[in-house]
Design a protein around this ligand. Sequence first.
Ligand code: MG
Length: 335
Amino acid sequence: MNHVISLAHGSGGLQSHTLIRELFLEYFGNAALNPLSDGALVKVNSEKIVFTTDSHVIKPLFYPGGDIGKLAVSGTVNDLAVCGAIPRWISCGMIIEEGFPIADLEKIVISMKQTAEYADVQIVTGDTKVVEKGAADGIFINTAGIGDRIEGIELGVQRILPGDIVIINGFIGDHGAAIIKAREEFPVSFQISSDCRPIHKEIIALLSKLDGIRIMRDPTRGGIATTLNEFAGDQPFGILIHEKLLPIRTEVQGLCEPLGFDPLYLANEGKFLLIISSKEADNALEILKSLPGNQNAATIGEVVPEPPGKVILKTHIGSSRIIDMLSGEMLPRIC
Ligand code: MG
């Protein structure tokens, strides 16, 4: 491991995973943490709950489709939901830089309130710290969340089998593309909005109607390429995805191509990847498409016996290439 932290350690990709495994897991490891899921499954008395936490350092704080407050609540709600829990309570820890406008803080707080109302969660505890000018960039927000684990559900990579189907609930890369555009480092004329929103309703709808769901995860930093590698890594199966099936907006494709970004690695903040038994895949798509915001849900690939541990992309022209986890840092402070 390098001797200092680089931005790549916060990318959610390969270097983040190395840091987590070689340092955090080495010292903190326990049964709830070891699966490295979006949240920890723990028991309180005899009730199973999911407990999660996330810090948000996005730049800029306000962008088309969202802001740091909406992102913080959505991200935590979504992590609870993909772990099979009904989101209930959230904490809000704010680290604010001296000189930050209170009007902007109020906008962020109102956004958090509205998102929490939509997600049916309460913000029940919090903390405020202020640091000297220059010691932070505006505001950073940490949210932890607790959700009730839905009874009788089992999720995890150990449930995935060759023949299972991979589904995404809509267009990929919208959040990453919206942030690239909002930073105005690369001038483009068209509008792109982040997909940032809570997606617990669709996830809970699927969990309550189907029992062939193997695993779900929200492909945030590192994009779907990184999440699919998290599923397949060290496992006795591979994942094959088809370029022609990937739902990508023309605007996102149009932003990525000249700049050298790959939508497979762009962050999403209102999406989840779902692996499900083949016999329930059509049902899952039908349920998803009937719910607002998921009309572009699509089957994008399947679980295959070979090559184990790898994610393979079948391209438009019919060739195949290995898709690795994000390496390095493509776009710092995306969430
Ligand atoms: Mg997550």
